[in-house]
Each structure stands twice: as structure tokens, then as C-alpha cells.
Design a protein around this ligand. Structure first.
Ligand code: GRF
Length: 315
């Protein structure tokens, strides 16, 4: 299953086009399900529409920032996208919008971040007599052009370069960097090491947790006590990656499976007291998974440990 990506643009959309063409290559792990813009005249919208990609435009003029973002968010959600990719989207985003897409929104910026946030990056690099300029892809956080850098390419500055000639070459680097970085990033969603590491983080947030390998599965328990979480990886060749946690019993199990049969299942050999939750569907809500793990820990933890946690929670 490919990751579904919405691309937000304001202008030419050449980075969007690079992402779109890369998506046509065999084995690309993402597909573009929407190109959206705050500018209905954006050239990139025509490219996307002609390529058969759904497009959406809504001008921000006359709207509060949060209201415009909410409209964009709605269109993105409707498209089924689980990632937002900013490609020359010339809008500062509201904190609400950034929070909704935390860890799932990428941006490309034409400098070697953390250098030269904001505008006129090429001119500033030339004036500073930097030997190299470049481009960065980063996760979007509340601060402008901040957030963890996922990838960069350096571009040598030529003698006689102007902001325009340099910008043209940096763009060529961008067309390489963005598709590759996005592909690597979304591939984490189905990567067993990444998914296990995520579970490990939440499991070890529980008191007295330890990890062993049980029947080939990474397995988390209470030191000297019972197990509360397993990661099932390609169990009997099912091709799936799932978390197994304790639940209250067969009724809760049936209810969950009823609510979403793709995500939840009855884990073979574990019985009624456990449920399997797919981690590799591309839309895993990790806070929710963290809650499942904490609940499962509580179900097996001795009273003296749960009491400690309850007392701590009161402060
Ligand atoms: C790119 O240079 C990108 O780094 C910046 O905006 C520009 C977008 O250009 N964020 P285009 O619309 O992709 O051609």
C-alpha cells in the first residue's frame, strides 16, 4: 500500500511536479492524492490536473488564518492523505494546523538549514561569500523553517553567480532531494525496525519494563513478571506488522474487530485476553498506541506498581 500524500503549493509547482513524476517510477512508496493551493492561478494546479491528480484551490484572502487552514485541512482529510508536503506554499501555518499534522508534514527550503531561514536565501548566501548553498527538507514545526532536518544537498556557488542563477541550480538539487527524502520518510510506516522502536519507546515508558525475544517476537514485560506487549512481524507469512496487547476480554475483542476488521484481529494462540493492532497501515496514531500499551501494562502489573503510578499521577 502506498502512502497517500497531499502537496500544497502557491506558485509554479515545479517541486510538486518532481514529486509527481517520481511517484510514477516503479516501487515509489508514495502517491499524490491531492494538490491544493491558496492561489487558484498557481501553474502547478494545471500540471497536476492534466496528470489526473485531484486539485483543490481556496484563496486565503478575506479569511482568518485558522479558518483558511481549516478549509485546507478538510480538503486534505477528504482526499485520504496521511502526509502533507509543502512545496512552495507561501503561507505561514496556524499552530492548530501544524499540531494536526505533527510528524506528518514536510517542507523544502532553499538553504542549508539552520542557515538562512525565511526569504532571499540565495542572495544572503552569496553576500556572506559562502562556498556552498543548498536545500533542505525538514519536518514542519511551529517555528518557521525549523523542525528536524530529514535531508540536505549542498550546491557549490559559482564565481559570478547571481541569486537567480544560483536559485536555478538549487532547484535542480531540490528535484532530487524531495522525492527521495519523502520516499524514505514514508517507508518508515512499513519498516519493522522503525515500528518496533516506536513500540519500544512506549513500552519502556512503563515502570520496570524489560524486553526479550519470545518466539521470534520482540516482547515487552515487567521485570520478573508478566508480558504486556508483543510485536508480531510477518507472523506465519501474513506480511503484517502488529502490536499485541492485553484487553478486558472477548467482548472488547469482538467490538474492536467489528469496528475495524482491517486494523484489529484476534491473535492466534493468545486467546480472548489479547488483541492484535496493525501498525503498518500508514495512519497509526502513536498516542493511541501509547495508551494501549499503558493499559496493557496496567492489566498485568502488580498492585504495588500500579499504586505507585496512581500516586504519581495525583501530583
Ligand atoms: C522552492 O525553491 C522551495 O525551496 C521553496 O519554494 C520554491 C518553490 O518552487 N520553498 P516551485 O513552486 O516548486 O517551483
Amino acid at each position: 500500500m502506498k502512502a497517500k500524500v497531499a502537496v500544497l503549493i502557491s506558485g509554479a509547482g515545479t517541486n510538486m511536479a518532481a514529486l509527481l513524476y517520481a511517484a510514477k517510477l516503479p516501487n515509489c512508496p508514495y502517491e499524490i492524492v491531492l494538490v491544493a493551493s491558496n492561489n487558484s492561478d498557481a501553474e502547478g494546479l494545471k500540471i497536476a490536473a492534466t496528470e489526473g491528480v485531484p486539485v483543490f484551490a481556496k484563496s486565503h484572502v478575506g479569511l482568518e488564518r485558522a479558518a483558511h487552514d481549516a478549509i485546507m485541512h478538510e480538503a486534505i482529510t477528504q482526499s485520504g492523505a496521511t502526509y502533507v508536503v509543502l512545496a512552495g506554499y507561501m503561507r505561514i501555518l496556524s499552530t492548530e494546523f501544524v499540531a494536526k499534522w505533527g510528524g506528518r508534514m514536510l517542507n523544502i527550503h532553499p538553504s542549508l538549514l539552520p542557515k538562512y531561514k525565511g526569504l532571499h536565501t540565495h542572495q544572503r548566501a552569496i553576500e556572506a561569500k559562502d562556498p556552498v548553498a543548498g536545500t533542505s527538507v525538514h519536518l514542519v514545526t511551529a517555528e518557521l523553517d525549523d523542525g528536524p532536518v530529514l535531508g540536505q544537498i549542498e550546491v557549490a556557488i559559482l564565481p559570478g553567480d547571481t541569486a537567480n542563477t544560483l536559485a536555478d541550480r538549487v532547484k535542480m538539487a531540490e528535484y532530487q532531494l524531495y522525492p527521495k527524502t519523502l520516499a524514505d520518510y514514508v517507508a518508515r510506516d512499513t519498516n519493522p525496525e522503525y515500528l518496533t522502536a516506536q513500540v519500544r519507546k512506549y513500552a519502556f515508558a512503563q515502570p520496570e519494563a524489560d524486553e526479550v525475544l519470545s518466539h521470534g517476537m520482540p516482547c515487552f514485560g515487567i521485570i520478573g513478571g508478566k508480558k504486556f506487549a508483543y510485536v508480531s512481524i510477518d507472523h506465519h507469512g501474513d506480511g503484517n506488522i502488529a502490536l499485541l496487547v492485553k484487553i478486558s476480554g472477548i467482548e472488547e475483542q469482538a467490538m474492536l474487530i467489528d469496528s475495524d476488521a482491517e486494523r484489529y484481529h484476534r491473535p492466534a494462540y493468545f486467546g480472548d485476553g489479547w488483541v492484535g493492532i496493525r501498525l503498518d497501515l500508514g495512519d497509526t496514531d502513536w498516542d493511541h498506541i501509547g495508551d494501549w500499551i499503558a493499559k496493557s501494562w496496567r492489566a498485568v502489573a502488580p498492585k504495588k506498581l500500579t499504586k505507585l503510578v496512581d500516586v504519581a499521577a495525583e501530583f
